[in-house]
Write a protein that binds this ligand. Structure first.
Ligand SMILES: [Zn+2]
Ligand SMILES: [Zn+2]
Length: 192
């Protein structure tokens, strides 16, 4: 999403962009599947306003992505949402101390400070693509879970305990089935 800085005025201008599967793929190509598959297009929005020589930007991302649960390995839909708000001032001839910031300033025309609330811009046009990608990364869970209390898989039989109890605990007792199951397990282990 591109914004012409020289056209901004004090009355806020709204911009929106829909990120489709192709956008998602190109944005997270390096995340090697961690970011999952996009289930619905991501909505990217931004309101921009010129304030004196600076720019105030606020907006957010909303989307639904299909992830794999870290416990039961089931695919599930994760809704995500993240807001941002920051003020940029002209960089003039200043250069960001960190190399990443310097690269962003020359590539996108803007860079953010560590607080993610203030930053610099340069030139007549800024590119918000990288900001949005970063925002989505922040919004996605580090440890995807289909449910807070997902029970995961049974360590013994591999059954999905989120769907139903597999009965392994009960079988540990003195039932003949338990003995059979143990023998079968031993055989399986020995055969590997
Ligand atoms: Zn799960
Ligand atoms: Zn089990």
């Amino acid at each position: 999403m591109k914004i012409r800085v020289d056209r901004l005025t004090e009355s806020p201008a709204s911009f929106s962009f829909e990120g489709d599967a192709a956008w998602w793929k190109s944005a997270f190509a390096s995340a090697s599947g961690l970011a999952g598959e996009l289930a619905e297009p991501v909505q990217l929005r931004c309101r921009a306003q010129g304030i004196g020589e600076g720019i105030r930007l606020e907006g957010g991302v909303d989307g639904v992505v299909e992830l794999e649960c870290g416990r039961c390995l089931a695919r599930y839909r994760q809704r995500f949402s993240e807001e941002f708000r920051f003020v940029l001032e002209p960089a003039r001839d200043r250069v960001p101390a960190d190399p990443e910031g310097a690269a962003a300033l020359s590539r996108d025309g803007l860079c953010l400070g560590d607080d993610l609330e203030t930053g610099w811009f340069r030139g007549s046009e800024i590119q918000l693509g990288s900001i949005f990608v970063e925002l989505v990364s922040l919004a996605l869970p580090v440890k995807p879970l289909c449910r807070e209390d997902c029970q995961g898989l049974c360590a013994r039989c591999g059954a999905n305990l989120a769907a139903a109890s597999c009965g392994c605990e009960e079988m540990k007792s003195d039932s003949p089935f338990a003995v059979l199951a143990e023998i079968r397990e031993d055989l399986a282990r020995g055969g590997k």
